[in-house]
Design a protein around this ligand. Sequence first.
Ligand code: 5GP
Ligand code: MN
Length: 346
Amino acid sequence: MQELELFKDRLSSPHKVVITTHHKPDADALGSSLGMANYLKKKGHDVTVITPSDYPQFLSWMKGNDQVLNFENPEHREKAIEMVMNADTIFCLDFSCLKRLHELASFVTKSKAFIVNIDHHQDPKDFADFRYWSTKAAATCELVYELIVALGDQYYIDKDIADCLYAGIMTDTGGFRHPNTTKNVHLITAELIELGADNTRISRLIYDTNSVNRLKFIGFAITRRLTILEDLKTAYFSIGKKDLKKYQSQTGDTEGLVNYALSLDGIKIAALFTEREDGVKISFRSTEEIAVNKFAADYFDGGGHKNASGGRSSLPLKETTEKFEKLIKENQKTLFNQLEPIHEKN
Ligand code: 5GP
Ligand code: MN
């Protein structure tokens, strides 16, 4: 409580703020960043949002998107470094470990700024001066909303801020379907709609705006790149660089693909392996009873939430999926032990 008062004091006079989030931001990462940015701007601060990479085009409607600096864009890099090094306060949103900033991490570490971490991932690393953190929150956007309210500033939340925060809550709950969709989520969402969030438009922009290439790519992935290991209740997609090129894949085009594997009857663990320039990026998903975050942390340099985690591999794509199959077999007992006997999904 005392910490919150000190934080409030800190925000009471205008200063230089940088807001950043994890590499390849999703709607919660960008929504919490721009929601917070729009709020802090209204309070009179000088705010810059810096993302460690680009992000899907279907998020570009958020207010403030046109001023975001992308650290991987050579034209933005110098300015981004200057802003980080001169910042009074740096907000780190929707990640719990600085390595998720990739190259930007070393500058945030070097900066003398006061570091704020707002996040809902497990096992936060100790890098912040002020932390607003709960794994019970479905989304970082939920925490940003709560923090603004706790600071007594709810009346600052306008339609633009509400839209940003709504987007993150909607996507991190899988469209209000995952077990993290609590009563609190619905209460906050109701408030955001009351404050002007356009729920129908946001869901159309995020879920129902496909390019022809993306739709064809999904069809191709399901028919040609899906492996089903029925005995292991596991299914995974393995997408090569050539596949991405063939369908002129854009950032965000693989978003949600892993859920098709998890939607299969009898499947309890799903994964998506995507071959990128810097190695293989992995997404893991599971049904309620199975924790994939520990598996991701133990074997694939990753982590995340119980039912939605990620990781990476520096092995070639084929070796990575072979390693995955082997590890699923070896860890069957641990992964499925809460499940005896295994029948179908409930
Ligand atoms: P996605 O599969 O959508 O990229 O990520 C699913 C979840 O796992 C997200 O909450 C994300 O923050 C987390 N996650 C993804 N990649 C990594 C990673 O490399 N390390 C950690 N610790 N978490 C990750
Ligand atoms: Mn999140």
